[in-house]
Write a protein that binds this ligand. Structure first.
Ligand code: HEC
Ligand code: HEC
Length: 370
């Protein structure tokens, strides 16, 4: 049943999305490129995403008026999924910019939305995509609540789910090879593993160092996201001058290696690896801008021996990536060893060489047992 349904999947055109228009160009995939696993794709019950009124064109991911798309400087690696992010403020709601760090304080009623999907062919987005899940963080009086909506086979709507789900996905990667993975939609408890700090959930992407970049709003409007939001009048106070706003570089751009590696670790690891985060007790703090010391892994002994070390003695041995636990853990697919922890199931083929290059470029040092 699932295979038959998958063969008839409808793919919304990407060109329409980039232009901010409606998804008029519907592309059908010839073969069953995507299939849903588990045979329990019971997307017929539960609240529907369409009922939230966040999109003018739901499968095209064209937001409704007042819902603003955004992007981040450094994306979280998610098994090569494509992501569409949006923010919806309550009427008249204002955002606090934070002191100087630009950690935004959203008003009660804010919804942050992130949809995950897979392009059929990473080399040619015009061949269409399949939406898998839409995640929503909503600010209530009591704090942030997390929901996940699972897309149906027909790609017409998504239905709220509490339990996690494995979804079989296959796509053509950058090298032209076909990849098949059992993509994991996290359950709503798992959201906490990354989004909670000291037991309270919070957004991760909408901080100045992530939002401080240009975005193509369509119709020829390319603007810095913070300036765009300011022009919309959504900040409760004037922003600091552009030169005083923090920013992280793209890990795969032209910035110095050190900056790029630190930005990568911030976006992919630091939500757990900071005081109060899930991995706070390891003492490994991977936030952008924390000084490079044993706290960031330099000659740091691991908190526990065992398979997680790969027989290596320190998290980072400067100049020696192959002796560094950090590289062993990210270049690994073994559950319990691999970093980041689930839900990703594949290694990050761009992130691993970046971290290898960064450690290799450090002044070689012999680490000493304390
Ligand atoms: C492995 C860690 C991880 C897990 C698990 C996770 N998230 Fe996130 N999430 C992130 C990171 C990091 C970002 C920001 C970077 C990005 O968007 O690529 C993010 C971004 C988001 C956003 C966009 C707004 C924001 O905070 O940046 C939403 C909405 C969201 N997540 C919801 C959820 C929900 C709901 C769940 C559970 C079903 C979940 N997330 C599980 C790490 C995670
Ligand atoms: C979802 C939360 C989470 C994310 C995201 C995450 N980690 Fe971890 N990490 C943990 C936890 C929990 C531990 C402690 C238990 C263990 O060693 O498995 C840990 C342990 C480690 C250790 C051993 C540290 C020590 O001092 O013993 C290293 C190294 C590590 N992680 C690297 C990374 C890197 C690099 C990333 C990003 C590419 C990352 N982790 C992302 C949760 C996370």
């Amino acid at each position: 049943v699932r295979w038959g349904a998958a063969a008839a999947l409808v793919f919304a055109g990407h060109a329409a999305l980039a232009a901010g228009g409606s998804a008029a160009g519907v592309v059908a995939a010839g073969a069953a490129v995507f299939t849903l696993g588990c045979g329990d794709n019971d997307t017929s019950e539960g609240p529907r995403l369409s009922a939230l009124g966040l999109f003018e064109d739901l499968p095209g991911q064209v937001p409704a008026a007042g819902v603003v798309p955004f992007d981040v400087n450094v994306v979280l690696y998610s098994d090569q999924a494509a992501k569409w992010r949006f923010v919806a403020l309550p009427p008249g709601g204002k955002i606090g910019y934070g002191q100087s760090d630009g950690v935004l304080d959203f008003p009660v009623g804010t919804k942050l939305i992130k949809t995950f999907g897979f392009y059929a062919d990473l080399r040619d987005h015009a061949r269409g995509y399949r939406l898998i899940e839409t995640r929503i963080l909503e600010r209530s009086q009591a704090g942030w609540t997390a929901d996940v909506y699972l897309w149906n086979d027909a790609q017409t709507d998504a239905v709220r789910h509490v339990s996690g789900r494995k979804v079989d996905v296959s796509f053509i990667d950058d090298s032209g090879a076909t990849k098949a993975i059992a993509y994991r939609v996290p359950n709503t408890n798992q959201c906490a593993s990354c989004h909670e700090i000291d037991g309270a959930a919070r957004p991760l992407g909408p901080v100045a160092r992530q939002l401080n970049k240009d975005y193509d709003y369509g119709g020829g409007v390319v603007e810095n996201q913070l300036d765009h939001w300011a022009a919309l009048g959504v900040f409760s106070q004037p922003l600091p001058p552009a030169g005083e706003r923090p920013a992280m570089p793209s890990p795969f751009g032209a910035a110095p290696l050190e900056q790029r590696a630190r930005a990568y670790l911030d976006a992919n690891c630091a939500h757990c690896h900071q005081p109060g985060g899930l991995a706070g007790s390891t003492g490994l703090d991977l936030r952008f801008g924390t000084p490079l010391t044993s706290g960031t892994g330099i000659c740091k002994a691991p908190v526990a021996a065992g398979p997680g070390t790969g027989g290596r003695d320190y998290v980072i041995v400067p100049g020696k990536p192959d002796e560094s636990i950090m590289l062993f853990r990210i270049d690994n697919e073994e559950p319990g060893v691999k970093m980041p922890e689930l839900p990703t199931v594949t290694k990050d083929a761009r992130g691993i060489p970046l971290i290898r290059e960064w450690i290799a470029a450090m002044d070689p040092k012999t680490c000493m047992a304390p």
